[in-house]
Design a protein around this ligand. Structure first.
Ligand SMILES: *Cc1c(COP(=O)(O)O)cnc(C)c1O
Length: 411
């Protein structure tokens, strides 16, 4: 309450953002609504504490309680992902990007060859994009999806691996709507003697809930953000086989980071408690069901989906047949209260600043209790606005009334 009193300017901005989050359909595939408990942990006095090092091996005094918080978070991650006893967890990465950089730093030498998904095909910046530190440090060679199916072509990935002999193969995706065959990835890595790394940032919650196959226990290292489908605070986790534990821990601290954000780690701890519940499992199942329903409804309105559908929480629409670019579609839909992001589609002929597609996901709206019935409604609103931009204003009002029936957690 003191923000309202002592910093009304900032308070008003936060209130405006809260209102925006309540009133729109949040379809950005990487976003979600955290619980009151996660917000409480994030806003706690744990933010005051310096705790460089690891539980029971700190460089600062006064960490008796902090050690227990971090150990609790680690324990709960192990349970949430059903980790075998010979697996190790680091909960200190500040976010997904540093977690990936730390994993590379731990396991690779500069200029080592790494295979990962191409950015335009749905990889992440930290998978060796030219503009990213990872692309400047290591020799990334990129695979993509098949032009014909829009899906991963494991035979092509194997051929590439045979040719370039990578030290590591990364399987991780920000805009890939299909199930990933981690077993195949591991087979390919084994064939060429590469380290296998999975970046499950987007699908972490689906994997923990058992609605998507897991790369654990057969992969070497797994990174994930905690704020996407896992519905925790902004942060990340690195999980690895014990033999990499020392290298990973050293790479996180002191290799790349200083003091861990223990308030965020506390947020991870309480989020993982939620993840282990039956209601989270049901939530994750519903995320996938909703996404399928939304995909079918969009197809009924003539939207073209990359790969022809979805197996997870996200959909990639190729707007080429709708006579609108991704950038204009994003802007137009936002004016109607439908929030998503423009995105490259595989083999895109347009630029990243105005690509041919938009990406959308069901993680956040499912947290508000929406089900299949609501998905058809959303698809019809999207179709109406794309077909006739003049209805955007009217749709915005309808969505504002509609979202009132679906209270968002934490808001
Ligand atoms: C979101 C994401 C990241 C990066 O996470 P940030 O927290 O934004 O740094 C890394 N990899 C993948 C696959 C992601 O989806």
């Amino acid at each position: 309450m003191s923000l309202k009193l002592n910093d009304p300017q900032l308070y008003d901005l936060i209130e405006k953002e809260r209102k925006r989050q309540v009133e729109v359909l949040e379809l950005i595939a990487s976003e979600n609504y955290v619980s009151d408990e996660v917000l409480e942990a994030l806003g706690s006095v744990l933010t005051n504490k310096y705790a460089e090092g690891y539980p029971r091996k700190r460089y600062y005094a006064g960490n008796e309680v902090i050690d227990q918080v971090e150990e609790l978070a680690i324990e709960r991650v192990k349970e949430a992902f059903n980790l075998p006893i010979d697996w190790h967890v680091n909960v200190q990465p500040y976010s997904g990007s540093p977690a990936n950089v730390e994993a590379y730093f731990a396991l690779l030498q500069p200029s080592d060859t790494v295979m990962a998904m191409d950015l335009a095909n749905g990889g992440h910046l930290t998978h060796g994009s030219k503009v990213n530190v990872t692309g400047k440090t290591y020799n990334f060679v990129h695979y993509g999806v098949s032009e014909k199916t829009g899906k991963l072509d494991y035979l092509e990935i194997l051929k590439m691996a045979d040719r370039v002999k990578p030290k590591m193969i990364v399987s991780g995706f920000t805009a890939y709507p299909r199930e990933i065959d981690f077993k195949k990835f591991k087979e390919i890595a084994d064939k060429v003697g590469a380290i296998s790394m999975a970046d499950i940032s987007h699908i972490g919650g689906l994997i923990a809930a058992g609605v998507h196959p897991s790369p654990i226990p057969f992969f070497d290292v797994v990174t994930t953000t905690t704020h996407k489908t896992l519905r925790g605070p902004r942060g990340a986790i690195i999980m690895c086989k014990d033999k990499y534990a020392t290298a990973i821990d050293k790479a996180v601290f002191p290799g790349m980071q200083g003091g861990p954000h223990e308030n965020a780690i506390a947020g991870i701890a309480t989020a993982m408690k939620e993840v282990k519940t039956n209601s989270f499992r049901k939530y994750a199942e519903q995320v996938v069901k909703n996404c399928r329903a939304l995909a079918h409804a969009l197809q009924d309105f003539g939207f073209k989906l990359v790969s022809g559908g979805t197996d997870n929480h996200l959909i990639l629409i190729d707007l080429t047949n709708k006579n609108i670019g991704g950038k204009d579609a994003q802007k137009l839909l936002e004016s109607a209260g439908i929030v998503l992001n423009m995105n490259m589609v595989p083999f895109d002929k347009r630029s990243p600043f105005d690509p041919s597609g938009v990406r959308l996901g069901t993680a956040a709206i499912t947290s508000r209790g929406m089900k299949e019935k609501e998905m058809s409604k959303i698809a019809s609103w999207m179709a109406a606005v794309i077909t006739d931009p003049s209805v955007a204003e009217k749709v915005r009002g309808e969505i504002k009334r509609f979202t009132k029936n679906f209270p968002a957690p934490g808001l």
